[in-house]
Design a protein around this ligand. Structure first.
Ligand code: MRU
Length: 368
């Protein structure tokens, strides 16, 4: 199944509970947009494109939950649901992007007025033609976002796979695979595509403290794809890079500024520094929906700081790993300056420096 999927029999959203992997595969079912917002905050679903798709479907649930009896009333309810969903995690711009896209898609439906009503499988009964048309439109746009995500990831993967040579060893950070997206993945999708093209690869999987998305999720996916890997501690990456054991680094992104500064999972910056120091190419892979042209540089990207319990939950040989009453800091992302980036892989091709000009060109090419 997809990581994020609408169940048309039940009119509910279902998502793989990523907190339980790799030990337990469980699918959580949602009929309340507030629960979807909580699931994003608590990282039942995580990864920038996956939370964007989840938020889009969250709005479809909000449309079904709304008791409004005018289109205007429904729009007010949708807007407040969107505000809540948007606050569930601050760094990944895909979240706001998906919500805005769903709301924007309602403009033509609204202008058609009540006469545009169509029979609805998610309607709340007769006599609500205009409202039902809006409900249908919300779900349709959320579904389009989800379907496009898979298609975009595969396109991106084909571009990215051209950068991978037979026999390469690749460092990968966090989880950017099928689990971080609706399906297929971004950076891990590139690696998967190269593998499917018959290239022999080896992946060094950063375990990715504190939530271990690398060892829990990326290693789980690589096992299923039959791709060779070793899990490494995050602090071992510099050693492998400096001893000539790595050919390329591939990572994802949660938000990339107009100048090519890349926000991604905490630890990406140190990885990029070590790659740069050793002349190893560093490629972030992202759909253009991750590029935030409104932000001139990475200093403006909001960085989520999560609770200290994620850092302080580690045990070693059955014992806690910190003194009683220890405090901790837990930024979830960092920003890699564009000077450390070799090229950015998107669904529209690979963006090379100078990033300011080339990013704007690639994104506006898509819009036109
Ligand atoms: O905190 P997470 O697990 O949501 O962070 C995920 C990442 O940092 C990924 O690299 C990013 O979302 C892009 S992957 C599709």
């Amino acid at each position: 199944m997809r990581t994020v999927e609408w169940n048309y029999q039940q009119n509910k959203l279902q998502m793989i509970d990523q907190r339980l992997l790799p030990g337990t595969f469980e699918v959580a079912v949602f009929d309340d947009y507030r629960a979807v917002a909580r699931a994003i905050t608590e990282m039942l679903v995580r990864g920038a494109p996956a939370i964007g798709a989840a938020a889009g479907f969250g709005l479809a649930l909000a449309a079904m939950q709304s008791g409004a009896n005018t289109p205007e009333g429904l729009l007010t309810d949708l807007q407040s649901a969107a505000d809540m969903l948007k606050q569930s995690r601050p760094t990944a711009v895909n979240l706001a992007w998906a919500l805005e896209r769903v709301l924007f898609s309602l403009t033509p439906v609204l202008s058609q007025g009540e006469s545009g009503a169509a029979p609805s499988s998610i309607g709340r009964g007769g006599g609500e033609g205009g409202i039902n048309a809006l409900r249908i439109a919300v779900l349709a746009e959320a579904q389009r976002i989800a379907d496009e995500d898979v298609e975009i990831n595969q396109r991106m993967a084909r571009y990215g796979a051209e950068l991978i040579a037979d026999g390469d060893t690749i460092i990968h950070h966090c989880n950017t695979g099928a689990l971080a997206t609706v399906d297929w993945g971004t950076a891990l999708g590139v690696i998967r595509m190269a593998h499917e093209q018959g290239k022999q690869l080896h992946v060094l999987v950063d375990e990715t403290r504190p939530r271990l998305q690398g060892s829990r999720l990326t290693a789980w996916e690589l096992t299923q794809y039959g791709i060779s890997y070793d899990i490494i501690t995050d602090n071992a990456a510099g050693y492998f890079l400096s001893t000539g054991q790595v050919d390329k680094v591939f990572v994802g992104s949660d938000r990339t500024a107009a100048n090519g500064d890349v926000a991604n999972k905490i630890g990406t910056y140190m990885l990029a520094l070590a790659a740069h120091d050793n002349g190893v190419p560093f490629y972030p892979v992202m759909p253009t929906s991750t590029i935030d042209l409104a932000l001139a540089n990475g200093d403006e990207i909001p960085i989520e700081e999560r609770g200290p319990s994620e850092v302080l939950s580690l045990t070693f040989q059955g014992n806690t790993t910190f003194p009683e009453n220890a405090s901790a800091r837990n930024p979830a992302f960092d920003v890699t300056p564009h000077r450390l980036v070799t090229g950015i892989v998107t669904e529209n091709g690979i963006i090379n420096p100078p990033f300011v000009e080339n990013i704007r060109h690639t994104v506006s090419m898509l819009a036109s």
